[in-house]
Design a binder for this molecule. Structure first.
Ligand code: GLN
Length: 491
């Protein structure tokens, strides 16, 4: 098996035992990226020089028998809305085209401390607004399983990088599904932790009460490893929590005997693709065989989730994006007549259409006279959505449902229909509104050979249990072992 197909844990083992050198591995990674990336377009910036330097540092440490970090020598990709010191961070927006952060995000700092090797910054929908990565201001990322299809979004570049064997691990951000949905569409494992579990310091803000950094990996054990490395309290993020971080890998093989699984009827209703439904239903049979019990549930406010999300997320975005004014950093228009004209031109030229649409919707929802009818009302319904989950978790240990209502769709198919695009997140948005953790794991393939993902949700801070439940399924199946067939580009 090619080295690049290993899991992060396997590759770390080989590096630590000196079976391979980190520098050799990084060389192979970039060779593969140069060959295949023209077809996939997962990255905005590659960090070959920085990666080779870090790899040499790790090789030296190992040679000298010095202590190495949890992620020693593992090549990782980072979504381009997470700040990396001295390395461009564009948020896939023209408005941040030449932005080089003077600091590292908390999570990037953790990666460096744990000796991971950052190989590049991945493509996304501009400011993480989208579900297909088609809204990037730079390029469209393609799904490694079928290059006419989207990889999902907004963290499409990170999902594609892991699926295409460019990176063993990747980081993304999930405001309404942007880790779990692309993970499902690219056939990899995606985790959105509890709100507050991972510091948002250095994550470029979209919807601050919803944003959470998450992980992309090839399997569940790698997810436990990466989450352990990035979770924990950070005084620089006022919403970060002091809850201690458990050892996520410990007891991951614990099994699921006696597990009560909630099946919410609203998540299996109209609009769900039949192949996705069948794959998730078959997956449930495996849990049944493992001794789990099912409880039919209702989460009655689910139908309002998408509407509530698009009021709250856009309201927060309109405020967060006010800082891009051409003064402090980023793009500034060439010519203007006075300061107001400069702001207008800078923002008109710097932002793409989807971002503009959201700023306008958000400002509208927050404007006096409409605040009560939209933002305040949405905040109240958000509480009801959270209460639905609280009530459900009185009866069950976890909830299982599809991650996305459809497998990967064709590039361009939904690009001109924002409403249809927004509905891609119907099953992922409620977890962000409630702040609970969620994981998407591969659970099947469509007839056309596209991956299908299944979502597992648990109570706040129960990531450990969530990973254990996910692993119990993964151990019984081989969906996560399948790889897309990628041939070199002729370009
Ligand atoms: N697709 C959703 C949106 O467009 C979620 C994005 C995200 O999670 N960043 O807002």
């Amino acid at each position: 098996m090619s080295l690049l197909r290993h899991t992060a844990l396997q590759i770390k083992e080989k590096i630590i035992s000196r079976e391979i050198q980190a520098t050799k591995l990084v060389g192979q990674v970039f060779e593969w990226i140069k060959y295949i990336e023209p077809k996939i377009q997962a990255f905005i910036t590659l960090n070959e020089k920085g990666a080779l330097e870090k790899a040499a540092e790790i090789d030296k440490k190992i040679e000298n028998r010095q202590k190495v970090g949890l992620l020693a020598g593992i090549p990782i990709a980072v979504k381009d809305n997470i700040c990396t010191k001295s390395l461009n961070t564009t948020c896939a927006s023209k408005i941040l085209q030449n932005f080089i952060p003077p600091y590292d995000a908390f999570v990037v700092n953790r990666l460096k401390e744990e000796d991971a090797i950052i190989i590049g910054k991945t493509n996304l929908d501009e400011f993480a607004m989208g579900s297909s990565t088609e809204n990037s201001g730079y390029k469209i990322t393609r799904n490694p399983w079928n290059q006419n299809c989207v990889p999902g979004g907004s963290s499409g570049g990170s999902a594609a990088a892991v699926a295409a064997n460019f990176a063993f691990l990747a980081l993304g951000s999930d405001t309404g599904g942007s880790v779990r949905q692309p993970a499902a569409l690219c056939g990899v494992v995606g985790v959105k932790p509890t709100y507050g579990r991972v510091s948002r310091y250095g994550l470029i803000a979209f919807g601050s009460s919803l944003d959470q950094i998450g992980t992309f990996t090839r399997d569940v054990k790698d997810a436990a490893l990466l989450l352990h490395a990035i979770a924990g309290y950070d005084s620089y993020d006022s919403t970060s929590t002091q809850v201690s971080v458990p050892e996520y890998s410990d007891g991951i093989e614990g099994g699921t005997g006696g597990l009560r699984i909630g099946i919410p009827k609203e998540y299996f209703a109209e609009g769900l693709n039949t192949e996705v439904r069948d794959a998730v239903k078959s997956a449930l049979k495996i849990y049944e065989r493992l001794g789990a019990k099912f409880v039919e549930l209702s989460l009655p406010h689910t139908e309002y989730a998408v509407a509530v999300y698009y009021i709250i997320a856009n309201a927060e975005a309109s405020s967060n994006l006010a800082r891009y004014d051409g003064v402090k950093y980023g793009y500034r228009t060439g010519e203007s007549r006075g300061i107001i004209d400069m702001y207008c031109r800078t923002r008109s030229e710097g932002f793409g259409n989807e971002v503009k649409r959201r700023i306008m919707l958000g400002n509208y929802a927050l404007s006096s006279g409409y605040y009560d009818a939209y933002y305040l009302k949405a905040s109240k319904v958000r509480t009801l959505i959270k209460s639905d989950f609280d009530a459900a978790f009185e009866k069950v240990d976890c909830i299982i449902c599809p991650t996305s209502p459809v497998p990967a769709f064709k590039i361009g198919e939904r690009a001109n229909n924002p409403l249809e695009m927004y509905l891609s997140d119907i099953y992922t948005i409620p977890a962000n509104l409630a702040g609970i953790p969620g994981i998407s794991i591969p659970c099947g393939f469509s007839k056309a050979g596209l991956p299908i993902g299944m979502q597992i949700l648990t109570r706040h801070f129960e990531e450990k249990k969530m990973l254990q439940i996910a692993y119990a399924f993964e151990r019984e199946t081989d969906f996560h072992l399948k790889k897309p067939v990628l041939k070199g580009s002729t370009v």
